[in-house]
Design a protein around this ligand. Sequence first.
Ligand SMILES: Nc1ncnc2c1ncn2[C@@H]1O[C@H](COP(=O)(O)OP(=O)(O)O)[C@@H](O)[C@H]1O
Ligand SMILES: [Mg+2]
Length: 431
Amino acid sequence: MKILLIGSGGREHALAWQLKKNPRVQLISAPGSSALAALGEIEQISPDNISGLVTLAKRKRPDLTIIGPEAPLVLGLADHLRAEGLAVFGPSSRAAQIEGSKVFAKDFMVRHNLPTANYAVFYDKEEAQQYLEGASYPLVLKADGLAQGKGVIICGKLEAALKAITELASLEAGRRILIEEYLAGEEISYFVLTDGRNIVPLPSAQDHKTIYDNDCGPNTGGMGAYCPAPLVTPTLERIILDTIIRPTVLGLATEGTPYSGLLYAGLMITLSGPKVLEFNARFGDPETQALMPLLKSDLAEICLAVAQGRLNEIEVEWENKTAATVVMSAEGYPGPYRQGDLITGLEEANSQPGVVVFEAGVERKMEGASFNSYTKGGRVLAVTAVNDDLPGAVDLAYEAVGKISWPGAHYRRDIGGKALRKSLLYDSGSD
Ligand SMILES: Nc1ncnc2c1ncn2[C@@H]1O[C@H](COP(=O)(O)OP(=O)(O)O)[C@@H](O)[C@H]1O
Ligand SMILES: [Mg+2]
């Protein structure tokens, strides 16, 4: 099966690593990375060069195209490829608006009665400022469009909010701004596969968004994850499916924009139940790096079944284990970061049983008879470990992380910490 994979990050490395477990899969990645080049062909076409990618697909005629990042989805890559008669894993541009426009997503949530934070939309900075003067805090300010994680600011008081509104209004995505009620609780990432009618839930995951331990410092693309999330009990999962996921998939279909691909609900588990923070139209990064090593079924067959609208025919099986992923980043990230540093210990970490290293910002260079790896990105790599339980997975992941180094390497030391502390409390409480 010839598969075209769009993207270049750690998420795509994890997907490719899982796809290649099927020996019949022949992989082409665009634009790919050093790690993806080791698993197949790569074509240097950027994910937002839609006409370039369509030309490539027409030339290669893949049996399936899997679209990793959000930008090409929102720009309509899936629609163009489907118009060429090609099978695609990923939603249409109109369905991807659920991620591409936060105003669209919130209005959709209200139309379909989904639990979410109260909000107001502003087209004008002055009006938003007036609203902020009379509001109570904390509040959350969000730019409408795709902003690569830079479009959301949580504000504890008026002064911060007034500063934030100016910041957001200067973004391309900030022509419309949402002001949202602040939700307290614990955040989870809930993924389902859907072909527009059938729904297959995946094990839940938790991301760690800030750069420093104890959820301090600025937000990043994600510094670690674990899967499944112990917070998501069977009862909570039933509530999520009944009050959020099913109405969303049905609502998109009845509005004439059926959703096919991976639907990612970012949820806040509040005292009054799960509420939607946002939807994403693709796999999460780094949650996918924790998820993929737990998948027992053939990812290529699953994605093809989604693309062909026959998800009901597929059995999706998971290891009954836990995965923990620790992201290692370059000095300076999420601001301007150092790059070009030699990475040591990668092979050694990777060869540990139960450990796999997914590369995001790594460049392999041939030097003599072998290659060396250098940093080339903010989030450099993600170390995933699989074990029987969360403490085991976390310990193993950190053991492997300890083997990898480069000047200025940074990682959080508390991945899984919150869930571990909770389970300790629970254990001692039940004595
Ligand atoms: N209403 C809210 N209440 C509390 N925290 C929020 C709220 N909305 C967003 N957040 C926080 O901000 C982060 C980013 O917001 P999100 O809507 O997911 O936008 P994006 O991922 O596009 O930056 C969330 O992961 C969450 O931690
Ligand atoms: Mg988010």
